[in-house]
Design a protein around this ligand. Structure first.
Ligand SMILES: NC(=O)c1ccc[n+]([C@@H]2O[C@H](COP(=O)([O-])OP(=O)(O)OC[C@H]3O[C@@H](n4cnc5c(N)ncnc54)[C@H](OP(=O)(O)O)[C@@H]3O)[C@@H](O)[C@H]2O)c1
Length: 261
């Protein structure tokens, strides 16, 4: 199959490419470096001719409701219009488990994306997944000040981006299926415990302090709403196996073990 991938250089996009390559697909990467700006819609005219499926894992890192809606609405609208023009028969989108009713902050953009995909006229598959194990690295990189790391109070059932990437390729192969079963990780975790285990594993000295995120997004994170239900499909790689794998980029190594609050 010829598969176009939006967000090919990202956490999950890298694994989509690896899995699609291993399965012998012909891949078109819609990267900014190659001249495709999906938010502006540039480079897409004619680019999707002959493409069988588009996997969209493009992303913006933001906590702004406005910015998230703006990004995901623009990217989905441009991709879906280009797919319609080229006669692409399958759009595969990735969203987040448990976001119903959390129309705030980052999740507002994901709900806007879901609405465009599910109400549009390009046949689709919509996969929701839980937070990636890689989320623990993002927390440490973005919420550390000196030797202090702030971690949002939250319960998760994190999944490896590798499992998600492989699943998206299987879905692209299978053809349009609408909304499919949620994908979660194999084990339940507290975000702060994941971060503590990671910094201990990497030998970084940090004090970890949990704090409650404000608003609807914060309440959903703290309550465990984003973990998914018992009927979800489970990934195979748990957080500790991921830590030991090459998929984990070690934090800067330092002396000593972690302490925690
Ligand atoms: N992270 C999680 O825990 C999680 C959990 C569930 C679902 N998801 C979903 O998974 C998807 C991917 O997330 P991720 O964490 O893998 O993303 P990421 O690592 O932040 O990567 C973002 C990707 O989007 C591309 N991109 C950004 N702006 C672009 C633009 N204007 N035009 C073209 N490409 C652009 C980036 O390309 P450049 O190389 O050009 O920057 C990069 O490849 C998102 O839809 C997210 O909601 C994430």
């Amino acid at each position: 199959m010829r598969i176009a991938v939006a967000g090919a250089t990202g956490n999950v996009g890298r694994h989509v490419i690896e899995s699609a390559t291993a399965r012998g697909h012909d891949i078109l990467t819609l990267t900014r470096r190659a001249g495709y700006d999906l938010e502006k819609g540039t480079g897409l005219a004619g680019a999707l001719d002959g493409v069988d499926a588009v996997i969209d894992v493009a992303n913006v890192t933001t906590t702004s409701t406005r910015r998230s809606r703006e990004f995901f609405t623009a990217v989905s609208s441009h991709l879906l219009a280009a797919e319609r023009d080229a006669g692409v028969g399958h759009h595969v989108a990735l969203s987040i488990v448990g976001i119903d009713g959390v129309d705030a902050a980052y999740d507002a953009g994901k709900l806007a994306q879901e609405a465009l995909v599910t109400r549009g006229d390009v046949p689709f598959t919509l996969q929701r997944a839980t937070q990636f194990h890689e989320f623990a690295e993002q927390i440490v990189r973005q919420l550390s000040l000196g030797r202090l790391t702030l971690v949002p109070k939250g319960l998760a059932r994190p999944v490896a981006a590798r499992d998600v990437g492989a699943r998206l390729v299987e879905l692209a192969e299978a053809g349009p299926a609408g909304r499919v079963r949620d994908l979660t990780g194999p084990r339940e975790e507290r975000l702060a415990d994941m971060v503590r285990r990671m910094i201990a594993f990497d030998g970084v000295k940090r004090r970890v302090v949990e704090f409650p995120l404000p608003g609807r997004f914060g309440r959903a994170t703290a309550s465990g709403q984003l973990r998914g239900g018992a009927d979800a499909q489970r990934g195979t790689i748990d957080f500790d196996a991921w830590l030991r794998s090459p998929d984990h980029t070690a934090l800067r190594a330092g002396a000593g073990a972690a302490t925690s609050a």
